[in-house]
Design a protein around this ligand. Structure first.
Ligand code: 5GP
Ligand code: MN
Length: 366
C-alpha cells in the first residue's frame, strides 16, 4: 500500500473508532444497512422534519439533503408548516415544501419517495398534519435524531441523545456511511447552523468534545461562521425587537422562591407587534440569565391552542415537566408542549404546579 493510501485508511479507521465511541445506541449493522440502502443510485429521497422547524431541523435537512443530492439522488425536503425568515438564507437548490400550504404536492412527493428520512424528532406526532402520511409511508423510513425517549415508527433508527444536535449526528452518520466526500460548502453551512442553534451558539447541550471536532471539520470546508451567526441572530425586524422588549418588560413574572420565571403572550399582543413565524424564538432563554433562576416558561396563544416552551438549567428536567403536564417533551434543558386551556388558565396551571416542584427546583445545582 502506498504511503498516501495507508494514511487515508488509518485516518478513516481512527475517525470510525472515534465516532463509534460516541455513538452509544446504534449497532454497526444499522450503518451497514443504511450504506447499502443509500448506495443504490438515483433514488427518490425525502427528508421530513418536525412541526415549527428550527435551525437544527432545517440545517440537518438541507445538510444531509445536499450530500444525498451530490451523490446523485433526487432529493426533496418537506416541513409540516412554515419556518422563520432567519432560516431562509441557505444556499441550496433543493425544493423545501411546506406541507400545510401544498398538501397535494406533499402527498404526491411522499407517494413517489423511496427513502424517507425523519430528522430531529422522536415521535411521529411531532410531524403534526403529516402524521398519518408518515405512518402510512410504504418505502423505507429512517430516523436520525437526538431527543430522548424515541418511539418505534421507523425501519432504521439512529437515535443518539448524547449529541448536541441532529446536525452533529448527521455529520457523523455521513462519515459512517462513507459519504463524507459529498459534503459541499452548502451542506457544511447548513450543518453548522444546526449545531449553532441547538447549542445556543455553543453555550449549552454540549457534553463532549465531538461537537467542536465536528465544527472544526465543517470549518475546514471553508464556511464563514461569523456570517452564519449574523444571518441567524442579527436580523430581527424592529417589530420583533419591540415584542421582546414588551415580553420582558410587561409580561414576565419572576418567582425567586421557586427559582422560576414565566412569560406569556396573547394573539392580540402578537398582532400588535406584527408577529411573523419565529419571532418569539429564543425569548424563553432570557429569564435564565437572571441570577439564580433555573426554570423558565413561555406561553404563546395560538389560534386553537396554547404552545409552551420550557428551558431549565442543571438537573431540573423540563422535558419531564412538559410531558407530565403539557402533553409535550424534548430535552432535559429545552422542551415544549401544548394545552387546550385558555392562555390565562395555562399560566395559572403552571404557577400552581411550581409549589409541587419547589424541592427539586431548590436542590438543582448549576
Ligand atoms: P421550542 O421551545 O424551541 O419550541 O422546543 C424546545 C425543544 O422541545 C425542541 O427540542 C423541540 O423538539 C421540543 N418540543 C417542543 N414542543 C414540543 C412538543 O409539543 N412535544 C414534544 N414532544 N417536544 C416538543
Ligand atoms: Mn435538535
Amino acid at each position: 500500500m502506498s504511503k498516501d493510501a495507508f494514511a487515508r485508511v488509518s485516518d478513516f479507521l481512527s475517525l470510525s473508532i472515534q465516532i463509534f465511541m460516541v455513538l452509544k445506541n446504534t449497532e454497526n449493522e444499522i450503518f451497514t444497512a443504511l450504506e447499502t440502502l443509500i448506495k443504490v443510485p438515483k433514488q427518490k429521497v425525502t427528508l421530513v422534519t418536525h412541526e415549527n422547524p428550527d435551525g437544527d431541523a432545517i440545517g440537518s435537512a438541507i445538510g444531509f439533503g445536499e450530500v444525498l443530492k451530490n451523490y446523485g439522488h433526487e432529493v426533496k425536503i418537506i416541513v409540516p408548516n412554515s419556518y422563520p425568515e432567519f432560516l431562509k438564507w441557505f444556499s441550496t437548490d433543493i425544493e423545501i415544501l411546506v406541507y400545510d400550504r401544498k398538501k397535494n404536492r406533499g402527498k404526491a412527493i411522499l407517494q413517489e419517495t423511496q427513502i424517507l428520512f425523519c430528522l430531529d424528532f422522536n415521535e411521529v406526532k411531532r410531524t403534526a398534519r403529516m402524521e398519518k402520511k408518515v405512518l402510512e409511508f410504504s418505502g423505507v423510513k429512517v430516523l436520525i435524531d437526538h431527543h430522548p425517549y424515541p418511539t418505534d415508527f421507523c425501519d432504521l433508527m439512529i437515535s443518539e441523545t448524547e449529541y448536541s444536535s441532529t446536525a452533529e449526528l448527521v455529520f457523523d452518520v455521513i462519515q459512517l456511511i462513507n459519504l463524507g466526500e459529498y459534503i459541499n460548502h452548502d451542506a457544511a453551512e447548513a450543518l453548522f447552523t444546526g449545531i449553532m442553534t441547538d447549542t445556543g451558539s455553543f453555550a449549552h447541550n454540549i457534553s463532549r468534545p465531538n461537537t467542536f471536532q465536528v465544527v472544526a471539520k465543517l470549518m475546514d470546508l471553508g464556511i464563514d461562521t461569523e456570517k452564519i451567526h449574523a444571518a441567524v441572530y442579527h436580523n430581527f425586524s424592529a417589530h420583533r425587537m419591540k415584542l421582546l422588549g414588551h415580553c420582558l418588560g410587561e409580561k414576565m413574572e419572576v418567582f425567586p422562591e421557586y427559582r422560576s420565571a414565566v412569560m406569556w403572550l396573547s394573539q392580540k399582543e402578537l398582532e400588535k407587534f406584527e408577529y411573523q413565524p419565529g419571532d418569539t424564538e429564543g425569548f424563553v432563554n432570557y429569564p435564565l440569565s437572571i441570577n439564580n433562576i433555573v426554570f423558565s416558561a413561555l406561553f404563546i396563544e395560538k389560534k386553537d391552542h396554547v404552545k409552551v416552551s420550557f428551558r431549565s438549567k442543571g438537573n431540573f428536567a423540563c422535558n419531564e415537566f412538559a410531558r407530565d403536564h403539557f402533553s409535550g417533551g424534548g430535552h432535559k434543558n429545552a422542551a415544549g408542549g401544548e394545552t387546550n386551556l385558555s392562555l390565562e388558565a395555562a399560566v395559572e396551571k403552571f404557577t400552581q404546579l411550581l409549589g409541587d416542584y419547589k424541592h427539586l427546583l431548590l436542590e438543582t445545582t448549576i
